[in-house]
Structures are given as C-alpha cells and as structure tokens.
Design a binder for this molecule. Sequence first.
Ligand code: FNU
Length: 295
Amino acid sequence: MSDESKRDHNQGEDRHARGFMSTSTSIPTFLKRLSRSVEEHDGSRVVLALDLEPRDTLVDRVCSTIDALACYICGIKINMHLLLPSSMYDIKYVNDHAHSYGLQSIADIKLNDIPSTNKVAIDSLTDSGFDAFTINPIIGLDALNDTINHAHSRGVGGMGAIALVYMSHKSAESSYGMQVKVASERASNQDPLSSTKLYRIFLEWALASDADGIVVGATRPEIIMECREIVGKQKHRITAIFSPGSGAQGGDPSIALRSGADYIIVGRSILYSNDPVKEASRLAKISSSYPPAWA
Ligand code: FNU
C-alpha cells in the first residue's frame, strides 16, 4: 500500500479517539500517560527510536514497524531521520497511528532557541500530535522555565519536556562533563566561584524548571546513578530518567535500568537486528523486570 493511500486523516483521528486518552475523564500529564502505556504494554519501558533510513515509503515503513513492535514498547521517539524528509501531515499520521496502540510519541528535536521561537516550535509539535519533546538546557534557566511552562499548557494534559543532562556519545564528556566555575552560596570569600560539572547544572535547571524527564546516556551508568539519587530526593514530583545508548552505542540496558533509568530508548539494535520482534520482546522483558524507581 502506498504512503498516499494509507494517509487517511479521518481514520487516524478515529484511531486516536479509540486510544487510551479518550477513556480518561481527567487530563493526564505526559508521565501519567506514559505510565499508562507501560501498564498497557506488559510493563515495557522501551521507547523505540524510529531511526529508519530516509528512503521511499518511509511513512509506510515507520507505520509497519509500529504495527510489528507496538506490544513490546511504551512509546516511540522521532528525530531528524523522519522529521526532515516528512511533511507535518505525515508526522501527524504516524503519531495518530502510534496513539491508536496507546503509545506516547516524543519529538527528539533537542530544542535550543530563544523562548519565542521555542514556543512556535512547541505549538507545531502539538499540532503534529506529539506528546513530548527533548530540550537542551544550554538555553539557560529562565528560558527553560518559560519554554517548559508553555509546553505544559499545550495539548491534552500538556506537552512533556525532557531535558538533556548527559548525552550518550563519547564526546559528550568534553561538553556535558566539562568542569565549570559558577557563583554559588557554597563558595568562599577567597574564591567566590565554585567548581562543578556542566551536567550537574543542567540537572539542577531541569528540576527547577519542572522538566518531566531528563536524558542520561546508557553509556554512563555512574551518572545515571548520581542523577537518580538527586531526582529521587524530590518530595512532590517525579522526574523520569530516559536513557538512550544501549546496544549499538555500547551501553547495557540492564545496567542502565539497574542504575536508575526509568525508560530505555533503543533504535538500531532493534530495527536492524535479524529479528526485530524477538529483540524488542527481549528488551521489553528486561525493562519490565526492573520496577520503576518511584514505585
Ligand atoms: P540507537 N539519542 C542518543 N543519545 O542516542 N536523543 C543521546 O544522548 C540523546 C539522544 C538518540 O543508538 C539518537 O538520536 F539525547 O540506534 C537515536 O535516535 O539505539 C537514539 O537516541 C538512539 O539510537
């Protein structure tokens, strides 16, 4: 079936209406919606990174991948692989398709601009059916606050915001792991600046701006552990840890989850395995065997 003939907007709307969001009278936030998806998918805390090669019939291939793997995942994550070669209409179609299985959809755009531009981007993502997006805290605390407040006021129950704290690739160490000096209450008169790592500031800002989640690479279990301890001390709110970087990037999903990740984000090791269903099912089982850190 061609992309064209599959793209029946009304059909997508109907599927979404039959999805879990319509059965609730309350307006759940992103993390509540995601938790519900975990329950509906046998405890899987796998978010599938839909990083397929941008060739013809991309939307068809993305939708049939969702069809094949939906029962082993709790959400999908879409990034430039799909966003750049697709129209907003295609993206809405894919998101509606994911919603028809009760899955949540994250736009991995690492939002990183002035607040007024960020807000326009968030409105478009909302219109395209996304439930959450990733954001880069380098924009600063006030801009994060402004942008995330806007996100929380959008869509049904608000768009979730997931802040980068420590990325999974090797050279993340030279930026997220950078030693920086900041003015701090802890500093002494002799040295008004105290020294810390950049990711610790990003974590502090993510929590201060009510981000729904943070990203810490599965390749950095010790940083996941450190973040889990700090995130876990919050009394009145939950911030989930999303961990990409298992498999193809060398991280171990079990170690990431044991270290405190709530969700693993996995792409290539599922998509390009000899048996994607088997691999997704294996990761779903692993993830369901670690209870969520807040339970
Ligand atoms: P896979 N991703 C990542 N590391 O890998 N958003 C990060 O620190 C981060 C991400 C994304 O390696 C990456 O773009 F913030 O094939 C890709 O879509 O399993 C996915 O996570 C990992 O894909």
